[in-house]
Design a protein around this ligand. Structure first.
Ligand SMILES: Cc1cc2nc3c(=O)[nH]c(=O)nc-3n(C[C@H](O)[C@H](O)[C@H](O)COP(=O)(O)OP(=O)(O)OC[C@H]3O[C@@H](n4cnc5c(N)ncnc54)[C@H](O)[C@@H]3O)c2cc1C
Length: 464
């Protein structure tokens, strides 16, 4: 019997599981329930499952969006007990067990549930300086990566137009804030792009003269990796000409510059038309919705406290997994999301089958890694540390295993060969849009609004 999304897929009293968010946590929860006697409704506000660790490759023209963001509907097409609805959850009534949704046309909808898994992830945090957002976009969504790509390639186009040396220098200066894996990966790829991929493409500007400046308030880059790997990554970035400024805090941003203060208290302003914020995260608004509805505690990042089975203490039928979950200090990593999503699914299956529940959730750490340059990565796994080409091969293998879909793996390998063995970037198209009004104020307005593309657009803070 067919059932409607409005009742959460309920068909003849079958247990209804609603999963909100189809990133790593939500997708692994849905897949772990594939053989369970339940109806699953996956609610996602985008139509795709995003492989966020490769967003920076979309932003820098290496991969296409389809390669890292397949349609959720297609990913779950073979799972008969799962339906997908495109919509944003705007409210949760934990008494009547209903979710209020906004459909793509803006209309209000609702669905019911018996068990609920919330996997809404995180958004960018500007550490209380929300006004920075308009000048330094974050990189959390596919849209962010597209806008960032517009801005990066648009900056080289503007430098080509610019007769004034100082202004050309500002267009060719790329400031990345935050030296966790996302900032390091972005800075490395900007270095590769400027020094290698764009060679011979311009007549009036020299892309190789671009300045890539990486700022972080901490003591060193990649703070969640060992000091040795951090030093290796520093050396690899410096070989690409990336300027690294640690113990340096961003104090201000405007339309065409970034102001920073170093450890000695010295303040300086650097003209830079492209600024990218890769520095902090906070839980998605969904977290505060459920915290208010249930009285659950949240931590300083807004993540929801859960018990050892990933459910909310006062509402055992509601699970919070992945980046939104506050459990035993676990970091915001894809593996944590996948494992916690699958664990919540196992608890639900055990309950409806009347079996005893699985033991408390235990995260199995499979290691972390960051791609520094074309052929150099750092990876750490259970005390073992790898860098350079070996690290790069491990990175390649792991990312291919976790990318969703066979076709995506094939086309991604081809794109990587084109970029890393050759030097081309196949995904360089940018949209000829003008600056958004919020970005046209200030001294850089003329430059911004003349640009072919101006943008807006981390996991860092995820790791700790
Ligand atoms: C740029 C970047 C690089 C990263 N690199 C790495 C890495 O190298 N290694 C690593 O382990 N981790 C990395 N991470 C972190 C990793 O991606 C996250 O830990 C993981 O995605 C968390 O999974 P999740 O399911 O909790 O959230 P997500 O995967 O973020 O999924 C959340 C989903 O919920 C949806 N959603 C949110 N609110 C609503 C709502 N109200 N209604 C409907 N849908 C909603 C969102 O659209 C999204 O699809 C990176 C993250 C980023 C952003």
């Amino acid at each position: 019997m067919r059932s409607s999304a409005a009742d959460g897929g309920s068909a003849g009293g079958v247990h209804r599981v609603a999963i909100v968010g189809c990133g790593f946590g939500g997708l692994f929860a849905a897949k772990a329930l594939r053989r369970a006697d339940v109806t699953i409704t996956v609610v996602e506000q985008t139509n795709h499952h995003l492989f966020a660790p490769l967003l920076y490759q979309v932003a820098t023209g290496i991969l296409s969006s389809g390669e890292i963001a397949p349609a959720v509907r297609d990913v779950l097409r073979g799972q008969r007990n799962a339906a997908v609805v495109l919509g944003q959850v705007t409210d949760i009534d934990v008494t009547t067990r209903r979710l209020a949704l906004r459909a793509p046309d803006g209309s209000a909808r609702s669905i019911g549930y018996d068990s609920l898994i919330l996997a809404g992830g995180v958004t960018t945090s500007y550490f209380g300086n929300d006004r920075f957002e308009q000048w330094a976009p974050g990189m959390k969504t596919l849209e962010d990566a597209h806008r960032l790509r517009d801005r990066i390639f648009g900056a080289f186009e503007m430098a080509e137009w610019e007769p004034d040396g100082a202004k050309r220098g500002a267009w060719l200066t790329f400031a990345v804030v935050g030296a966790g894996p996302t900032g390091v990966e972005l800075a490395g790829q900007l270095g590769e792009l400027a020094r290698r991929s764009l060679a011979g493409n311009f007549r009036n500007c020299d892309p190789a003269s671009a300045r890539i400046v990486l700022f972080d308030a901490g003591e060193r880059i990649l703070p969640t990796f060992s000091e040795r790997l951090s030093r290796r990554a520093t050396a690899a970035l410096e070989r690409l000409g990336v300027e690294i400024h640690v113990r340096t805090t961003v104090t201000d941003l405007d339309a065409d510059s970034i102001s920073v203060r170093d450890a000695a208290g010295a303040q300086r302003t650097i003209p830079a038309m492209t600024r990218i914020w890769a520095a902090g995260v906070r839980a998605a608004p969904l977290a505060s919705l459920i915290a208010q509805a249930t009285g659950a505690r949240t931590d300083r990042l807004g993540r929801v406290a859960v018990t050892a089975d990933c459910s909310i203490a006062s509402h055992p039928e509601i699970f919070v997994v992945g980046d939104m979950m506050d459990l035993a200090g676990l970091p915001g990593l894809a593996e944590v999301a996948m494992q916690s999503g699958a664990h919540a699914a196992k608890v639900i299956s055990a309950r409806i089958e009347g079996r005893s529940e699985p033991p408390p959730f235990r995260y199995r750490d499979f290691g972390t890694m960051a791609a520094v340059s074309r052929t150099s990565d750092v990876a750490s796994f259970r005390g073992l540390q790898f860098s350079g080409r070996v690290g790069w091969l491990i990175w390649l293998f792991v990312h291919l295993v976790f990318l969703t879909g066979f076709k995506n793996r094939v086309t991604t390998v081809i794109s990587w060969a084109v970029t890393f063995v050759g030097r081309a970037r196949t995904e360089r198209s940018i949209s000829a849009r003008y600056a958004e009004p919020s970005r046209t104020a200030g001294a850089g307005a003329a430059l911004h609004s003349a640009a072919t593309n101006v943008v807006t657009g981390d996991r860092d803070g995820h790791e700790g």
